[in-house]
Ligand binder design. Structure first.
Ligand SMILES: *Cc1c(COP(=O)(O)O)cnc(C)c1O
Length: 426
């Protein structure tokens, strides 16, 4: 059977159901093509993409510059492994470290791998630099976190579905309430074996849970005071999504030179993935300064594909596009418009309680119980009306279009969303 033989969405879904593991529950949309903010299904129906592959496709689907960089490199050399050097990796590392203003970058592929990398660097730093007794290091994490799917990462998740029957779990994590810097202060005072704090500046998977403006700067300050590493997981929030280059930039517009901004909560370990490649290829990375990164020496960490020439070429182009097309600025301006419009709508709504978010990472909270199907049903209706979004945590719908969306398109999407919600008003 060939891909051209797939004639209907139903057929494609049946194939996946029969031959694939059932580890996802997708909306019944079978996509075959993407361009900018649009995707098309097998029946040629056109949709606005309001998920952007969980914010991997910030630069828009099949961005010609990113695809161009990828195909050009793919025709030349794709993989050398790190047993040898390649002529692209160093150029990418120079580019990205200047872009984000860190001394060094460690390349991986998926987000979860980058989080694992940060955890390993943090622990090693704790033993070799901070002087914590071996195997005693603790990392503080937050309730309702999402950092990926590896055994260690799900060990500190409190999502039952992600955890149950995957034990025994990796020890060494202390979980406290999110957006609660007093709890963090307390745990840092009481426990002298804390190596780092791992935090999402906005909890995307938890439902775009947006903390108070003071929370991340407080985390940063407390980390500094207590000599623990501040690790920011910006896999979903980073690379212009929230209206700044990074969510830890706060509300500034420094395009990657945040060190000049008072509002910038500079991480000790910055974790990136997703939009680092514009969705073209799996690329992730951890950035840090030498004092931290130097704890990793040859043979101590790595990945066959990490830092391969295709990944490096794609990531460089993807970052360049973010800057050239001023995507952070667009996300900030259109995000404000989006929330203002939806806030006006919910004044008279019985079905939507709340809209929240920053930049173009937003969500609405549906006025129904977490185990109700209302949010799912709304997403199915949105699909019928030409817009793809996905519920997260039962009664929350995330809205995260590619950042290349323009004002006219966004207004069109807002009217689709309002029209659809009206079908559900009581
Ligand atoms: C998606 C995501 C990850 C995991 O990335 P994968 O590429 O799926 O492994 C980790 N942290 C956050 C905040 C994410 O949104």
């Amino acid at each position: 059977m060939r891909v051209e033989d797939v004639k209907s969405s139903q057929q494609a879904i049946a194939l996946e159901n029969k031959h694939g593991a059932h580890n996802y529950h997708p909306l019944p949309a079978v996509l075959k093509k993407g361009e900018g903010v649009f995707v098309w299904d097998v029946e040629d129906k056109k949709y606005y993409d309001f998920l952007s592959a969980y914010s991997a496709v910030n630069q828009g689907h099949c961005h010609p510059r990113i695809v161009g960089a990828m195909t050009k490199q793919a025709e030349t050399i794709t993989l050398t492994s790190r047993a040898f050097h390649n002529n692209v990796l160093g150029v990418f590392e120079k580019y990205a470290t200047e872009y984000f203003n860190f001394d060094k970058l460690l390349p991986m592929n998926t987000g979860a791998e980058a989080v694992e990398t940060a955890i390993k660097i943090c622990r090693k730093w704790a033993y070799e630099k901070k002087g914590i007794a071996e195997t005693e290091a603790q990392i503080v994490v937050f309730e309702n976190n999402f950092h990926g799917r590896t055994t260690t990462i799900i060990s500190f998740s409190n999502d039952e579905g992600a955890r149950k029957n995957f034990g025994p779990y990796t020890p060494g994590f202390i979980k406290i309430a999110y957006d609660d810097s007093e709890s963090l202060e307390k745990v840092l005072k009481e426990n002298k074996n804390i190596a780092g704090v791992l935090v999402e500046p906005i909890q995307g998977e938890a439902g775009v849970y947006t903390p108070q403006d003071s929370f991340i700067p407080e985390v940063k300050r407390l980390c500094n005071e207590n000599e623990v590493l501040f690790m920011a997981d910006e896999i979903q929030t980073g690379i212009a999504r929230t209206g700044a280059l990074l969510a830890v930039c706060g509300k500034c517009d420094c395009q990657g030179h945040c060190e000049r901004q008072e509002t910038y909560s500079r991480p000790d370990l910055l974790i990136l993935g997703k939009a680092l490649s514009g969705g073209a290829y799996p690329v992730s990375a951890v950035l840090a300064d030498d004092t931290v990164m130097e704890v990793i020496q040859p043979g101590q960490h790595g990945s066959t594909f990490g830092g391969n020439p295709v990944a490096a070429a794609v990531a460089m182009e993807a970052l360049e596009v973010v800057r050239d097309e001023k995507l952070a600025q667009n996300a900030r301006e259109l995000g404000e418009l989006f929330r203002a419009e939806l806030n006006t709508y919910i004044e008279n709504s019985t079905i939507v309680n709340l809209v929240r978010g920053r930049g173009l990472l937003n969500a609405i909270v549906i006025n129904d119980s977490e185990d109700s199907s209302t949010a799912w049903d709304i997403c199915v209706a949105l699909k019928e009306n030409g817009l793809l979004a996905k519920p997260t945590h039962g009664n929350i719908i995330r809205f995260a279009p590619p950042l290349v969306i323009n004002k006219e398109e966004l207004m069109d999407c807002i009217s689709i969303i309002k029209k659809t919600l009206k079908e559900f008003e009581k």
